[in-house]
Design a protein around this ligand. Sequence first.
Ligand SMILES: [Zn+2]
Length: 112
Amino acid sequence: MRDPNLRLADLLIRGKKGREQTKLMNVKVPANVLNRIDQVASNLGATKTEVVIAILNEGLSSAEQELKTWKPPAKQIVPKERRCSTKGCEKERVAKGMCATCYQAARRAQGK
Ligand SMILES: [Zn+2]
């Protein structure tokens, strides 16, 4: 691989650049994806490796863009009236005033 920042557009223009450090990555892909990569490589007159690197760079850039504003979903807070009756448990009640975990524990304690 000659350019670690290779993009699909670069494959159309094809400039020769210095050699970069590479590492082998063995990845299984669905056969139809490989066929499509093969087709793009053939259309662009590029190697499959170059196409894969270019596609990864395109995808990584857009992923980085999208993740800039991404935040993990807020932890859901169960309203007090719907909480499990077990002291210290804040899960939602599902049966006999208890959450699924506490209900199962209670049943097990009763030997049912
Ligand atoms: Zn509970």
